[in-house]
Design a protein around this ligand. Structure first.
Ligand code: DQA
Length: 138
């Protein structure tokens, strides 16, 4: 299976950013483990701090990937444009959040993406990405 992971704003700072919430590991470091675990499948990674770039990648993935694992970060709670894009494409999108949004600030309780994603995984730390790949492979 060919999977694209898309991480949104500030997720390039994993490992340094609020480690008590997001952990101490960088995504690049975790990605090596993930690729080893699922050798035989293609797992590509794209990170951006820009909303439109997420949409461009989702549209690109619709032509070139079997599935997307998306952590839209703060755009989760604001972006109707990303939700519209997920609705518009055929490629399944699994939403992942490192933290458990249900236990955080009120403004994080709303996800425009959950309504249109095929499945949502949250609160499992970086392991959530591994669970998303396993979900797609089943
Ligand atoms: C996040 C949760 C969002 O509310 C936050 O803005 C992020 C990361 C998570 O993975 O837990 O940047 O998507």
């Amino acid at each position: 299976m060919k999977i694209l992971i898309i991480n949104g704003p500030n997720l390039n700072l994993l490992g340094q950013r609020e480690p008590e919430i997001y952990g101490h590991q960088s995504f690049e470091n975790y990605l090596k483990e993930l690729k080893n675990k699922f050798a035989g499948h293609t797992i590509d990674y794209y990170q951006t701090n820009h909303e439109g770039a997420i949409i461009d990648q989702l549209q690109f993935a619709n032509q070139h990937y079997d599935a997307v694992i998306l952590n839209p970060a703060a755009y989760t709670h604001t972006s109707i444009a990303i939700a519209d894009c997920i609705k518009a494409i055929d490629t399944p999108v699994i939403e992942v959040h490192i933290s458990d949004l249900s236990k955080r600030e009120a403004y994080r309780q709303l996800s425009f993406v959950s309504a249109v994603a095929q499945h949502t995984i949250m609160g499992q730390g970086l392991k959530g990405y591994e669970l998303a790949v396993a979900y797609l492979l089943n």
